[in-house]
Design a protein. Structure first.
Length: 84
């Protein structure tokens, strides 16, 4: 969300099958300054050229996974009968 160019966010929105209007709203409501008009037009072109299947593939296999939380691991170990 804090990436200035927003390309990762565009891929995520396309992979989630959002339309351009929703994607534009997401891009404009981030904590970073809004994209200038010419960059927003380039973002739209990227969005429209990107196949949904390619975006989903990128999300699934090419984007790094978020770091795992220690609390989540504790719950899994407890549920599986493990000790800590």
């Amino acid at each position: 969300m804090e990436e200035e160019g927003g390309s990762g966010l565009i891929i995520a929105c396309r992979g989630s099958r959002l339309n351009w209007q929703t994607t534009q709203a997401v891009l404009n409501n981030r904590r970073v300054p809004p994209l200038p008009k010419e960059h927003l037009e380039q973002a739209r072109e990227m969005f429209e050229m990107l196949y949904v299947s390619a975006a989903q593939y990128t999300i699934r296999f090419e984007m790094p996974a978020p770091p795992a939380k220690a609390a989540s691991n504790d719950k899994v170990a407890t549920a599986a009968g493990g000790r800590r």
